[in-house]
Every structure is written in structure tokens, then in C-alpha cells.
Write a protein that binds this ligand. Structure first.
Ligand SMILES: NC(=O)c1ccc[n+]([C@@H]2O[C@H](COP(=O)([O-])OP(=O)(O)OC[C@H]3O[C@@H](n4cnc5c(N)ncnc54)[C@H](O)[C@@H]3O)[C@@H](O)[C@H]2O)c1
Length: 332
């Protein structure tokens, strides 16, 4: 049994606690600054160890930690833990800037530590199966990745006005909070984004000013990409399509399937997976992290890959904030 410290037990940290316990391969202690949340989560999951300060938590020995605090705090916490030889699973996005990441990487490498970024779609068996098919060359070479997604964020996260989401400096807004999942998944499928341009704005969500609508055009080497996402549409949808030289594949998690088509005369062929609850994905991610700690597997998303996706977030924000060139359409 590994001893895991979950740091921050708000929305996702509580889920990490529950899902790590569900593996039955780890004991969990928590560190949560808010004493009411700390008490409630410890009581709910019958935890023997709970702390409201990291100093006190670190008086105990831990094999690894899951960092589930807001993004701007990830790297300082991670550096502290890595300095003590604690392996790391860091929530997405890795950070809100690249500050301190070179130092964190150096400490991790010098200490022989395992560190990963919790882009949870990499634990999805359907996305992994689609990736294997792409990598085997079954559909030829990837040419274009097209991502369309949206959900009603207030429905899924009623407290959105009271959390980090309201502030880009804390990892808020559609680009850093939501789109980053799809960017990371796409980079896993077709390679890293090398350049991009983007448009985003606040359009609908009440009580916040951060962008809730975003469009990004990307280049991943020769592969062209297009991403659109909003946080208010009633349907909860993710459609991640990769067009290849000999066919099309699509990841459709809401439909519990990935699908492919190779002939225009034909129809989609579905590759369904057994129904999954949201916790199932996080339990798979927890199990994959424990496999890494037991030296049975490599991290699903390395620090370097998390840093790459962070750079995409930052470039998209810069593009939106005025660095992208917009050409006026005139009458000439
Ligand atoms: N993978 C996913 O699907 C997913 C979903 C939601 C959030 N997230 C990510 O997880 C992180 C947290 O998001 P959330 O929605 O759980 O936020 P949240 O606000 O619900 O919870 C964060 C918690 O961290 C605590 N905290 C803050 N600083 C702390 C510190 N130094 N030590 C201990 N506790 C501290 C806060 O008191 C709070 O309870 C963010 O990076 C977010 O992007 C990922």
C-alpha cells in the first residue's frame, strides 16, 4: 500500500481522494487549508490523517502526493514536495506560467522521482484505443484534427463564480480550465502544437468576465488543427475528430464510443466501451499513477508534456490578448 497525500480537497481533490481509495492499493491522507472542508472530507472517507497545513502534513512520510489546488499554486507546492523526495501527480494545467518549472524538472530528475500531470483523458480506454489504431497506421497519416466541444458549466459546476475559475491568474477561463484537456488529448494523438492563433471572449456566463468561448487554429507539424469550445450550450458534447489520409476517427465520450469510417460509401463503425461513470476515469488514472510508483509503467502525461500543453495555453492567451493578426475584410 502506497501512502498518498492529496493536497487540496475541493471539487477534484475530493474525487482524487475517493478514487485513490477505490483502487484499494493506497492509503490516503489529505491536506486542505479550509478546516471545514478538511474535516468533512476526512470524516466522509474515514481518513486517519488530515491536515490543514502543509508544514504539519510533511512531518509524516509520504510516497507520493496528488496536487489538486488551483493552478497558480501547483509549482511552488510541487517543488517543495520534490525537494523531500515525494513523487507527484499534479492536476491540470501544470501552472499559469512557466516560472519554476525548469527547477522543478531538475529536482525531479536529480531525485529519480516520478512526476505526471493529471490530464485525465489519457486514462480513457476509448481514447487510448483510438490512439493505438492511429499509431498503428490503420487509417494512414493524420492530416487534420477537429475538436468541437461545449457544456453548460454552471450546471456542472454551480460554484463557478466562487472558485479559481473567475481569474485567469489562478487558472480560470475556458482556455486554461477546459480547452486545455482537448489540446493535451490532441497532442497525445497527433503531436505537439508548434504554432497557433486564437479568438476568445466572454459571451454568456453570468458573474464572471473570463472567456467562456474560444476558437483556436493550430499546427502540429504538418497536421492542421481547429478547436472550438463554449461553456454554456445545453448539450454536453465532446467530438474529437482526426482525419487521416485513409479514413476518419472520432472520439465521442458522451456516446461511449470511438468510431471510424474509411469509405465514403460506407457508414461509421462504432467501437463502444462499457458505460463509465466520471469516477471510473479518475480511478483508472489513480491506478495508472500507482503503476508508475511501482515501476510498472511510465506516467500517462509527463511533466514535459504538461509543460508543452501549458505553453499552448499561454500562447492562446497571448493570441487572444492582441498578438494575433486580424485582417479587416474590405470592399477592395
Ligand atoms: N481533471 C479534471 O477534470 C479537473 C476538474 C476540475 C478541476 N481540475 C483542476 O484541479 C485543480 C483544483 O480545482 P478544483 O475545481 O478542485 O478547485 P476548488 O476550488 O474546488 O478546490 C481547491 C481546494 O484547494 C484548497 N487549497 C488551496 N490552496 C491550498 C494549499 N496551499 N494547501 C492545501 N489546500 C489548498 C482550497 O481550500 C480548495 O478547497 C485546478 O488546477 C483545476 O484546473 C481538474
Amino acid at each position: 500500500m502506497k501512502r498518498i497525500l492529496v493536497i487540496g480537497t475541493g471539487s477534484i481533490g475530493e474525487r482524487h481522494t475517493r478514487c485513490m481509495l477505490a483502487t484499494r492499493r493506497a492509503t490516503v491522507g489529505i491536506c486542505e487549508l479550509n478546516p471545514d472542508i478538511c474535516r468533512r472530507v476526512a470524516a466522509q472517507y474515514g481518513l486517519a490523517e488530515s491536515f490543514t497545513s502543509l508544514d504539519t502534513a510533511l512531518e509524516e512520510p509520504w510516497d507520493a502526493a496528488v496536487i489538486a489546488t488551483p493552478a497558480h499554486t501547483h509549482v511552488p507546492i510541487a517543488r517543495r514536495l520534490a525537494g523531500r523526495g515525494i513523487h507527484l501527480l499534479i492536476e491540470k494545467p501544470l501552472s499559469t506560467s512557466t516560472d519554476g518549472i525548469a527547477e522543478l524538472t531538475e529536482t525531479v530528475e536529480q531525485g529519480g522521482l516520478h512526476a505526471g500531470v493529471a490530464y485525465v483523458y489519457r486514462a480513457h480506454p476509448g481514447l487510448a484505443a483510438m490512439r493505438r489504431a492511429l499509431q498503428a497506421g490503420r487509417f494512414g497519416e493524420p492530416v487534420q484534427v477537429v475538436v468541437n466541444c461545449g457544456q453548460n458549466f454552471p450546471f456542472f459546476r454551480p460554484a463557478y463564480r466562487e472558485i479559481y475559475y473567475t481569474d485567469r491568474a489562478k487558472g480560470g477561463g475556458a482556455i486554461q480550465d477546459a480547452l486545455t484537456h482537448m489540446v493535451n488529448a490532441s497532442e497525445w494523438l497527433v503531436g505537439p502544437v508548434e504554432r497557433l492563433t486564437a479568438d476568445a471572449d466572454h459571451m454568456v456566463l453570468e458573474g464572471v468576465t473570463v472567456e467562456d468561448t474560444v476558437h483556436v487554429l493550430t499546427r502540429h507539424g504538418k497536421v492542421m488543427g481547429s478547436f472550438s469550445l463554449n461553456q454554456y450550450q445545453p448539450p454536453n458534447e465532446i467530438l474529437l475528430t482526426v482525419n487521416c489520409t485513409r479514413g476518419t476517427v472520432r472520439f465521442e465520450p458522451i456516446g461511449q464510443r470511438w468510431r471510424w469510417q474509411t469509405d465514403p460509401d460506407d457508414t461509421w463503425h462504432d467501437e463502444p466501451w462499457s458505460p463509465m461513470e466520471r469516477d471510473d476515469l479518475f480511478t483508472l488514472q489513480a491506478g495508472a499513477f500507482l503503476d508508475v510508483l511501482e515501476e510498472k509503467a511510465a506516467p500517462l502525461c509527463t511533466l514535459a508534456e504538461g509543460l508543452q500543453t501549458l505553453r499552448v495555453n499561454l500562447a492562446a492567451l497571448r493570441a487572444v490578448d492582441g498578438e494575433a493578426i486580424w485582417l479587416p475584410v474590405g470592399n477592395d
